[in-house]
Design a binder for this molecule. Structure first.
Ligand code: COA
Length: 250
C-alpha cells in the first residue's frame, strides 16, 4: 500500500493506493482513507482523503458538491472513470459525483447513506457546546459492536470541528424530492449496503434507493460503520457486485 498525492485545483489530495483496480473509496464525516483498510487489503483500489481530512490539504468546502468536484477530478486523473464507493457523507458525495460528473462514475456503492441525511439537532448543537460528550454519543450511535466506541469517541473529540462541518453539510443534503419526482434515475449499476443495526442511516434509507434501480444488501452484526464492524460480510457483498460488473480484482 502506498500514499500518493495529486494536486487538484491547487489542493494536495492524499490517496491510499492498494492496487490499480478502479475502485475509489470515500470516507464519511470526520473520517479518512484508513477506515477502508480492510477493503484496500482484500479488494484493492484507492481510498481518498477528502480535503480538510487525513493527509489532504485545506480547501473551502461549501457543500457536498464541492467534495464531489475533488473526487471526480481525482478519479478522472487516475483512471478516467471508476466505481465510486461512498460511506455516509461519502455516499452523498458519490451521488453528487454521479449527478454532476456523470462520466466519472461507472457504478456506485452507497454504504450506510441515504438520499437525505438529516442530522439529530442534539448532535449539531452538542458539538458546539459539549464536544467531549457529543463525540462519545456519536461514536455510540455509529457502532453496533461496542469494542470500537472508545477509540472512535476519542477520535471524534479530536476532530469535533470537522465533524461539525461535515454533519452540517449532511444536514443540508437532500435529494429525496428529486428522486421522487423522477428528476433523478440511476442509469449505472448501484448497490446500497447497510448494517442491519445502523442507527444513523437506518436500512430504510437504503431501501429507498431500490425503487430507482439499486440493489440492496443488509449486513448482519453491524451498525453504521459496517465496513469496519463486519468486513468479511461487507467485502463479500462488494466483491460480488464488482464481479457482476465484470471487474477483475487482479
Ligand atoms: N431515505 C428515505 N426516507 C427518508 C430519508 C432517506 N434518506 N431521510 C428521511 N426519510 C424519511 C423519514 O423516514 C421520514 O419518514 P416518515 O415520515 O414516514 O417517518 C421522513 O422522511 C422525514 O424524515 P426526516 O427528514 O429525517 O425528518 P424528521 O424530522 O422525521 O427526523 C432526525 C429528523 C434528525 C431525527 C432523523 O433524520 C434522524 O433520526 N436521523 C438519523 C440520525 C442522524 O443524525 N444521522 C446522521 C446522518 S449523517
Amino acid at each position: 500500500m502506498e500514499r500518493i498525492f495529486f494536486s487538484v485545483g491547487g489542493v494536495d489530495i492524499s490517496v491510499l493506493k492498494a492496487s490499480e483496480v478502479p475502485v475509489f473509496y470515500i470516507h464519511g464525516s470526520a473520517g479518512d482513507a484508513e477506515i477502508w483498510k480492510n477493503q484496500l487489503g482484500e479488494i484493492g483500489g484507492y481510498a481518498i482523503d477528502l480535503p480538510n481530512h487525513g493527509f489532504s490539504g485545506k480547501a473551502k468546502i461549501r457543500s457536498i458538491d464541492d467534495y464531489a468536484y475533488f473526487v471526480s477530478k481525482l478519479v478522472s486523473r487516475i483512471s478516467g472513470s471508476g466505481i465510486i464507493v461512498g460511506h455516509s457523507l461519502g455516499g452523498a458525495v458519490a451521488q453528487k459525483v454521479y449527478l454532476n460528473h456523470r462520466k466519472t462514475a461507472e457504478a456506485l456503492v452507497l454504504v450506510g447513506t441515504g438520499a437525505r441525511l438529516r442530522v439529530l439537532p442534539k448532535a449539531l448543537e452538542g458539538l458546539k457546546e459539549n464536544p467531549t460528550e457529543t463525540a462519545k454519543f456519536m461514536a455510540d450511535m455509529a457502532f453496533h459492536r461496542k469494542e470500537f466506541i472508545e477509540h472512535f469517541g476519542k477520535l471524534f473529540k479530536e476532530r469535533a470541528g470537522i465533524l461539525l462541518e461535515d454533519l452540517t453539510l449532511c444536514n443540508e443534503f437532500d435529494l429525496l424530492n428529486d428522486f421522487r419526482s423522477g428528476k433523478i434515475k440511476f442509469d449505472v449499476p448501484v448497490i446500497a449496503i447497510v448494517g442491519e443495526h445502523d442507527l444513523l442511516t437506518p436500512p430504510k434509507y437504503s431501501e429507498f434507493f431500490k425503487a430507482f434501480g439499486a440493489e440492496m444488501r443488509v449486513v448482519e452484526s453491524a451498525g453504521h460503520m459496517v465496513m469496519i464492524e463486519n468486513p468479511k460480510a461487507f467485502n463479500m457483498c462488494l466483491k460480488e457486485f464488482l464481479r457482476s460488473l465484470g471487474k477483475s480484482l487482479e
